[in-house]
Design a protein around this ligand. Structure first.
Ligand SMILES: *[C@@H]1O[C@H](CO)[C@@H](O)[C@H](O)[C@H]1NC(C)=O
Ligand SMILES: *[C@@H]1O[C@H](CO)[C@@H](O)[C@H](O)[C@H]1NC(C)=O
Ligand SMILES: *[C@@H]1O[C@H](CO)[C@@H](O)[C@H](O)[C@H]1NC(C)=O
Length: 497
């Protein structure tokens, strides 16, 4: 049910001329309000809403969102769309493990309901956030027509654009707030392609007009050459391969690691892979979690037992053993065409170094699903952090042309990297942002939190900023919640980071 009333406002154009505008303002859909969720006893610090937006009536293609209002000032704080990557990963990854309103404490026994605590570093402290499961087939989003599960970059962007137009129609009170599109990993593709669709829509006068101001990408997939060439310099700089191997591989491959053209190059790259294969790809400092049922464990029995223990961060609860979902083998980030899954690549059920127990237990609990208005498993399917239900094609090519277009049109862009991620290493993001060729307006310098260096930043003209987060892995806010909230809020507010 949507309450509709009319709100009139006066706009003074010039002193004499007064134009009376009447626009319909309806408030957020009451049926979408979430007031109680299993595992949490307290009261919410801000309003939460969730539900489906049907983006294709004929197919019944429905995208699921969870919307958290800002805990500060929802009337004026920005609206931020958050997208996790994969492709195939649910944005509840961000909600549960990164910057959502709650920290999840595992239940007493495996699979039992987790306990939820308020997250003091939630990004909803300073912005309203829409967590969107995209494309259809991912998380709680689904379609009545399975042909929709074959999809790609371009269809995903146009579907998400339709979602946004419908969402802002449902929540018109937020149409004039500054709007940002954000995400990480494979969302390095989702974010610029969607921002481009939105910008085109704005230019074409599509209603409602979205007040897009900019976008943010964390450890984002961008360009197969830059990303493909990023690993070797990264692992050398981090001390994971010897100087000697680096020199050999460099001269044999001529700096072209993405597309090896000789057997000697290929052979030396295989040596590099061999040296780093037991590391946690999502954060080289973190231990690699081995599921007891995983075939990976059997292969890697030489790993010391202590190495399987959890690392510690500032989060009150242990960083999840599961780091992330779908990734690619070293040196083969994303190529044009079909994007395979880890399980497919490894011929096994599980993803190395990973565990997603609390998210799995919580989001597959029928009472939780009911409370957050997600369809039951027999309609929307079992919730999976990263699904294989979709067949996804990378059909938008390099993102650099999108970034150039968007930034030269005045949209602000923050490209950030956890500098210990080996999945999409900072070396690639640093190199491609530089390659755009914009003048440096804020030369490489440390940025700080509480008088400590939190990472480095380089600012370019047209509001393109590259930023690292020191010591963070692939999912930055999961490792460095304090620093993440700091750069996030400073950048959103247009302050110096
Ligand atoms: C699913 O969608 C495809 C493409 O639009 C259409 O050809 C097909 O008839 C649909 N199937 C069903 C069961 O509606
Ligand atoms: C960006 O793309 C739009 C739509 O294709 C095009 O009209 C515009 O000229 C481009 N702008 C720049 C600065 O490249
Ligand atoms: C950069 O962003 C600021 C703040 O939004 C804006 O005022 C300025 O015009 C932008 N600069 C460019 C070159 O787009």
């Amino acid at each position: 049910m949507t309450k509709i009333h009319f709100f009139c406002y006066l706009t003074t154009l010039i002193l004499i001329q007064i134009v009376l505008n009447c626009v319909p303002i309806s408030s957020a859909p009451e049926a979408a309000i979430v007031t109680k969720i299993p595992g949490f006893d307290g009261s919410f610090p801000s309003k939460h809403y969730s539900g489906y937006v049907n983006i294709d009536e004929a197919h019944g293609r429905k995208l699921f969102y969870y919307f958290v209002e800002s805990e500060r000032n929802p009337q004026t704080d920005p609206i931020v769309l958050w997208l996790n990557g994969g492709p195939g990963c649910s944005s509840f990854d961000g909600f549960v493990y990164e910057h959502g309103p709650f920290n999840f404490e595992a239940g007493k026994s495996r699979g039992s309901l987790p306990t939820l605590h308020l997250n003091p570093h939630a990004w909803s402290k300073v912005s309203s956030i829409i967590y969107l499961d995209s494309p259809a087939g991912v998380g709680f989003s689904y379609s009545g027509n399975e042909s929709d599960y074959k999809t790609g970059d371009l269809k995903t962007a146009s579907d998400s654009h339709i979602f946004l137009l419908k969402w802002f129609e449902l929540y018109p009170e937020f149409q004039s707030n500054p709007f940002y599109i954000t995400g990480e990993s494979y969302a390095g593709i989702y974010v610029p392609t969607l921002a481009y669709e939105v910008a085109k829509g704005i230019d074409a006068g599509v209603k409602p007009v979205l007040n897009l101001k900019g976008y943010m990408v964390g450890n984002g997939v961008t360009d197969n050459v830059f990303d493909g060439n990023a690993l070797v310099p990264f692992v050398h700089g981090m001390g994971l391969i010897s100087d000697q191997l680096f020199e050999t591989v460099n001269s044999e491959c001529n700096g072209n690691y993405y597309n090896p053209t000789s057997e000697n190059c290929e052979g030396n790259l295989a040596k590099v892979d061999q040296e780093i294969r037991d590391l946690n790809i999502y954060d080289i400092l973190e231990p690699c979690y081995h599921d007891t049922s995983s075939s990976i464990r059997i292969e890697n029995t030489k790993l010391p037992f202590s190495f399987r223990k959890l690392g510690e961060t500032e989060r009150p609860l242990p960083v999840r053993k599961r780091m992330f979902g779908r990734a690619w083998p070293f040196r083969a980030p994303v190529r044009d065409g079909f994007v395979p899954t880890w399980p497919q690549l490894l011929n096994s059920e599980s993803v190395p170094c990973t565990d997603d127990e609390v998210a799995d237990a919580w989001l597959n609990n029928e009472a939780v699903r009911k409370a957050i208005h997600a369809e039951s498993a027999n309609v929307a399917g079992k919730w999976e952090l990263c699904t294989e239900r979709i067949r996804f094609y990378h059909d938008a090519g390099s993102m650099i042309k999108y970034h150039k277009n968007l930034t030269s049109r005045g949209y602000r862009a923050l490209i950030f990297s956890g500098d210990h991620d080996m999945c999409v290493p900072y070396t690639g993001s640093e190199a491609w942002t530089r390659s755009v060729g914009y003048k440096i307006v804020d030369e490489w310098r440390p940025w700080t939190v509480k008088d400590q260096v939190a990472g480095y930043i380089q600012g370019y003209e047209n509001n393109l900023t590259f930023l690292t987060i020191k010591g963070a892995g692939h999912t930055v806010p999961e490792y460095k919640p304090v620093e993440a909230l700091e750069f996030y809020s400073r950048w959103l507010e247009g302050r110096r980071v």
